[in-house]
Design a protein around this ligand. Structure first.
Ligand code: ATP
Length: 452
């Protein structure tokens, strides 16, 4: 595939056309940068999250799950540094009234024509940079006064730190061990955009890995490598992924080391996931602000210490976008352009589509039989409407790796055709072998055909 085949516009159009993702509140004219996930989008993102859980909870035995509340005590955000500290430097333009992130000016455009970088148009008049807090405020209870202010969480991580003691007590784990959580986070981003890359409401997949202080560097390296492997195992092309180590002056107040896993999106290399060495900052802050001692007592050595924390923090929506971009392909077949999502089969919203060639002669009944034998094993679709060519195109565009076609001969000999999405090869097999054959295909390793 030529590198420039995929553009953000093509991804947005495909997502709308095939019911993955729509602009939110569309019948009211939309609400900037908010999106709703349709059927295939839900299935795809659920698979992304499922693979994340699987890699931590099923393939390891040192990580436990948590689902903490979105609304937390306001003191949580004072302790974490978000009240006061969680802000981006912003500049306003006195001419057009727009607000821009001061550190992103070179990637942004002034809304006036001819469009230039903010500050570079003839009319632009930018203010000095000011700090702008990104947390959404709300009030809890019937009275709107300063005592009732709460925040929608801007990250899931703090919900993990404040539960450290609970988890330690009930999980029977000792450092090194991790607590993982997936959930919605909210940030009043000033410059959201690029589809679901940056939105104000998004899902995070975060893990806090608590380690003895002397092991922090080792685990930081480990998770930096491990998390890249997760993406490449799920089909992301390694040459589209890179690790960028933060410079000293880029580090957050809590971090003694951070690396970003970046993906080559159509907008250029951008952060997909951050891996941070947070030291003992968070547990110490919450100990100070809550008065609860958050530490680990090692009964074997009689030693008491505050664990250090390594945090791989990913975005479920951003990862979903990266998988979509990496999978998008167009190829010319007999004069027609075929659009196809070459997703890893484990991520594909639908694994197999069962298609009778015609809607008569007993074919729908036999196709239904095949469908019933598969649906308990994997996400299966039955589709009998429209020409077979159109039905194949539809499945290609939603990334279905296998189509099973029932034809005239199937009625006589109970054989069917399996069509492969990527190679377009066709294989004739016994209908009764489908469950075992397709389960084996789904379990087999997979590599993007775009790697050549
Ligand atoms: P950025 O520099 O892009 O603003 P960040 O460094 O503030 O991101 P983190 O706080 O490290 O992001 O959050 C971890 C992950 O959560 C990010 O790598 C990204 O995948 C996801 N994420 C953060 N902000 C957003 C957002 N506004 N929309 C979608 N995903 C987001």
């Amino acid at each position: 595939m030529a590198e420039d085949t995929v553009t953000m516009d093509k991804i947005v159009a495909l997502c709308k056309r095939r019911g993955f993702i729509f602009p939110s509140s569309e019948i009211y004219g939309g609400l900037g940068s908010t999106y709703d996930f349709g059927h295939y989008g839900v299935l795809l993102k659920t698979n992304v999250k499922g693979e994340w859980w699987r890699s931590l909870l099923q393939q390891r035995d040192d990580v436990v799950a948590l689902d903490s509340a979105i609304l937390q005590h306001p003191r949580v955000w004072e302790a974490s540094g978000h009240v006061g500290g969680f802000s981006d430097p912003m500049v306003d333009c006195k001419q057009c009234g727009q607000r821009f992130r001061a550190d992103h000016l070179d990637q942004l455009a002034c809304p006036n024509k001819p469009s230039k970088q903010p500050g570079e148009g003839p009319e632009c008049e930018l203010t000095e940079a000011r700090e702008f807090n990104l947390m959404f405020e709300t009030t809890v209870g019937p009275l709107k006064d300063s005592g009732s202010i709460a925040y929608l969480r801007p990250e899931t991580a703090q919900g993990i730190f404040i539960n450290f003691k609970n988890v330690l007590q009930f999980s029977r784990k000792k450092p090194p061990f991790g607590i993982a959580q997936i959930g919605k986070s909210f940030r009043n981003e000033i410059t959201p955009g690029n589809f679901i890359f940056r939105t104000r409401e998004f899902e995070q997949m975060e893990m806090e890995f608590f380690v003895p202080p002397a092991e922090a560097d080792k685990w930081f390296e480990f998770w930096s490598t491990e998390r890249q492997r997760w993406y490449t195992d799920l089909g992301i092309r390694p040459d589209h992924l890179q690790l960028r180590v933060h410079e000293q002056d880029e580090l957050s107040h809590y971090s003694s080391g951070t690396s970003d896993i970046e993906y080559l999106f159509p907008i250029g290399w951008s952060e997909l996931e951050g891996i941070a060495n947070r030291g003992d900052f968070d547990l110490k802050q919450h100990t100070e602000f809550s008065g609860e001692k958050l530490e680990y007592f090692d009964q074997a050595s009689g030693e008491k210490y505050v664990p250090h924390v390594i945090e791989p923090a990913a975005g479920a929506d951003r990862a979903t976008l990266a998988f979509l971009v990496d999978a998008y392909d167009e190829e010319e077949i007999e004069g027609d352009v075929r659009t196809v999502l070459r997703l890893h089969p484990r991520l594909s919203p639908v694994k197999v589509a069962v298609l009778p060639l015609v809607k008569k002669d007993g074919q729908p009944e036999l196709a239904r039989e095949a469908f019933e034998s598969l649906r308990g094993l994997m996400t299966t679709e039955y589709d009998e409407g429209g020409s077979i060519g159109k039905r194949y195109r539809r499945q290609d565009e939603i990334g279905t790796p296998w189509c099973v076609t029932i034809d005239h001969d199937s009625i006589d000999d109970r054989t069917v055709t399996i069509r492969e999405r990527d190679s377009l090869s066709q294989e004739r097999v016994a209908i009764d072998d489908l469950p075992a054959l397709l389960s084996a295909k789904l379990a087999a390793p997979w590599q993007s055909p775009k790697l050549g």
